[in-house]
Design a protein around this ligand. Structure first.
Ligand code: APR
Length: 283
């Protein structure tokens, strides 16, 4: 582990544009269960995952009914999500951002914990639990700006966009729902700009998010080599160093998309990396 911490420290310090991709695993140490880990929500209740796959179709067929069900069905995760506080893994990424090393976080998590830990300009790839989004103009609004229970009592659901009158849905992206255009644009830009990608706490099985590291892996760049005769040669090498920090190997590990995996808890590993970066930069 010590050698890997030194290796990732060197890679981070030598990078020009490092980004982090995160999943539910970085929030489990904040008390929010993940989905596919050993005690994940879908692992424990595969039926719930099947229901989740139908949710967007229900919305499209009958937005009023979807909102009534959403507002009247107790959401198991809600308590954990609203009570959760950032953990040392979130704060460590915020610290790498403040050092100017980490330029962007693209998260699948809807818990808002990266922003709560002080990270700026986080790309919320699957949206955020506390926002509503207009399906016509794409505008987002804090959910607490709407009295949804009152709208339901007055039979005025679904809520409509104050800007364009379009249909409002929770900002969280459901299975089968298109990723919002602004998020696609932002994340594509980050994948094109980065030369180091940290992938923290994701099983990397949900697309299109899981395609981001694969696209990064396809990028190449020229590397100059000078041989023993002093002759300069150029060769194409991968443009991005991809590093996983995860409790278990994932398809990215098995398929050689990631250069290496540091196996363990993000809440323990990320702070150790920050300490090693500080120690190295101080010498
Ligand atoms: N430290 C490191 N890794 C962890 C930790 C931890 N403390 N806790 C869990 N993990 C790992 C798990 O072993 C698993 O490999 O994080 C990964 C979490 O994977 P998932 O539960 O599949 O979560 P995620 O990859 O974010 O899911 C993607 O699926 O259900 C949808 O929209 C939902 O955004 C979610 C998407």
């Amino acid at each position: 582990m010590r050698d890997l911490i030194k290796r990732i420290t060197r890679d981070l310090i030598n990078s020009n544009y490092a980004i982090a991709l995160t999943g539910a695993g970085i929030s489990t140490e904040s008390g929010i269960p993940d989905f596919r880990g050993p005690s994940g929500i879908w692992t424990k209740n595969p039926e719930e995952e099947k229901l989740a796959y139908r949710s967007y179709q229900v919305f499209l067929n009958n937005p009023k009914k979807w909102w009534e069900e959403t507002l009247t069905t107790p959401f198991g995760l809600l308590e954990a999500l609203t009570k959760a506080e950032p953990n040392p893994g979130h704060y460590a990424l915020t610290e790498l951002g403040k050092m100017g090393i980490l330029k962007r976080i693209i998260t699948q998590n809807i818990d808002g914990l990266h922003e709560k830990a002080g990270s700026k300009d986080v790309v919320e790839y699957h949206g955020c639990i506390s926002k509503l989004r207009c399906l016509s103009c794409g505008s987002r609004f804090p959910q607490d700006k709407f009295d949804l229970q009152k709208l339901m009592g007055e039979d005025k659901l679904p809520p409509h966009c104050p800007k364009c009158g379009g249909l409002l849905k929770s900002d969280g992206v459901a299975f089968g729902e298109p990723i919002p255009a602004d998020v696609i644009h932002q994340s594509t830009k980050e994948i094109e700009n980065c030369d180091l990608m940290l992938i923290c706490g994701t099983s990397a099985v949900v697309y299109p998010f899981a395609a981001l590291p694969i696209s990064a892996k396809e990028r190449t760049t020229h590397k100059e080599r000078i041989d023993e005769t002093g002759k300069h040669t150029f060769e194409m090498v991968p443009a991005v160093t991809i590093i996983e920090i995860n409790a278990e190997p994932t398809p990215l590990t098995h398929e050689g998309i990631s250069d290496y995996l540091i196996q363990g808890k993000t809440g323990e590993i990320l702070p150790r990396i920050v300490e090693e970066v500080k120690r190295t930069k101080a010498t």
